[in-house]
Write a protein that binds this ligand. Structure first.
Ligand SMILES: Cc1cc2nc3c(=O)[nH]c(=O)nc-3n(C[C@H](O)[C@H](O)[C@H](O)COP(=O)(O)O)c2cc1C
Length: 356
């Protein structure tokens, strides 16, 4: 799969014995199984009843991220690792259940910039007042509520404590998941930016690339190394020919830093230790942003990340890639030996003693 996989928590909110909530949660995860697999989404059911969260008992405010209690740390890890939420909620006295409000109040930044959809149930209102109530609260946490909802009228839908089959309701649930996935992808840059190291352009940020980023890396490589191929009159350049699978494989083997802006991969560099050498490679910047210092910034970031014990940085570039060579030389690299049979030259730079 070339798109990034997502993790969605289906939060079942009611905690009272014999509640209808677990049956609604079961229907939801079962009905979404096929669609979730198609979309590359993992839907994990989480019953608030099993979290055993007491009424908020942390001394520090949630925005501090300082958690004294194990139950808070567990909840924090679960929410932080999720990309979005589907809340399965009853309506209690025209509002959301206190369990949901309490679970929301426990945390802060873990919720930020993630979509939240609602499956509600109730009597005449089908739980919709509970959803309206919750929507108002979740926006304070920078959760992004979805327009798509599933609202279940208990009198029409429930028989013997189970939900009757209903194709329209199944479609509504799939529609909710579709919308959630689209919004989760769209919000990813907002989430990442909040956690990542700032980059050299306003709003840009750097983060480690994973196999999930293979599609963006593939596009960046192909657009960047065409120019290299032309300049060097050489088309047997791996970066131009690699398959998505090959990109995924090397992303797993190298430490790769990507520079991002609003969901676009602007540049990258990969590094790996080989004995006392710190190998730097695949330094790339999108053509429309060349000459703005991004390559230099990435190169310095790559060197700064050198593993302890490495004595020199080593990189390869096309023997005729004069623009690249100029950059490397201006950063202290020197050519070693003559051109290799594959048309590349090797450049090295002593790493500062403090880094070794
Ligand atoms: C404390 C409480 C308050 C309720 N208030 C409402 C309400 O405001 N609107 C409504 O449609 N149903 C209301 N109901 C009925 C619930 O919709 C129904 O009991 C449902 O099964 C509750 O979900 P649960 O079984 O998962 O707890 C209320 C039920 C309880 C226990």
């Amino acid at each position: 799969m070339l798109t990034k996989s997502l993790r969605v928590l289906a939060l079942v909110c009611s905690t009272r014995p014999g509640a209808l909530g677990p049956a609604v949660g079961e229907w939801l995860t079962e009905t979404l199984a096929t669609r979730a697999a198609e979309l590359g989404v993992e839907v994990e059911p989480v019953a608030l009843a099993y979290l055993n969260l007491p009424f908020l008992d942390e001394e520090q405010e949630p925005s501090s991220g300082v958690y004294q209690h194990e139950h808070t740390r567990r909840w924090s890890e679960l929410v932080a690792a999720a990309d979005g939420f589907i809340v399965v909620t009853p309506e209690y006295n025209y509002g959301m259940p206190a369990t949901l409000k309490n679970a929301l109040d426990y945390l802060s930044r873990e919720w930020a910039w993630k979509p939240i959809g609602f499956v509600s149930y109730g009597n005449t209102s089908a739980g919709t007042r509970s959803v309206q109530h919750a929507k108002q609260v979740v926006t304070a946490l920078r959760l992004v509520p979805l327009g798509a909802t599933v609202a279940i009228r208990i009198g029409d839908a429930v028989q013997d404590g189970r939900l009757r089959p209903d194709a329209a309701r199944d479609r509504a649930a799939a529609g909710l998941l579709d919308e959630l996935v689209r919004v989760a992808h769209a919000l990813r840059p907002m989430r990442e930016r909040a956690q990542a190291r700032p980059g050299p352009l306003p709003g840009s940020y750097a983060r480690t690339l994973t196999a999930d980023d293979a599609s963006q890396v593939l596009v960046l490589q192909r657009c960047c190394w065409v120019e290299e191929a032309i300049v060097n009159d050489l088309f047997a350049i791996p970066a131009l020919h690699e398959s998505p699978e090959q990109v995924r494989e090397w992303l797993a083997d190298w430490h790769t830093t990507g520079l991002w802006l609003d969901g676009r991969l602007l540049g990258m560099v990969r590094t790996r230790r080989d004995g006392a050498d710190w190998h730097v490679g695949r330094l790339a910047v999108v053509p429309d942003l060349r000459g703005r210092g991004l390559g230099r910034w990435l190169l310095r970031a790559a060197e700064a990340g050198a593993a302890s014990g490495c004595r020199r940085a080593v990189l390869f570039t096309g023997a005729k890639s004069l623009r690249n060579i100029d950059l490397y030389e201006s950063e202290g690299y020197r050519t070693v030996g003559s051109a290799n049979p594959d048309g590349t030259i090797c450049l090295t730079k002593e790493l500062p003693a403090a880094q070794r």
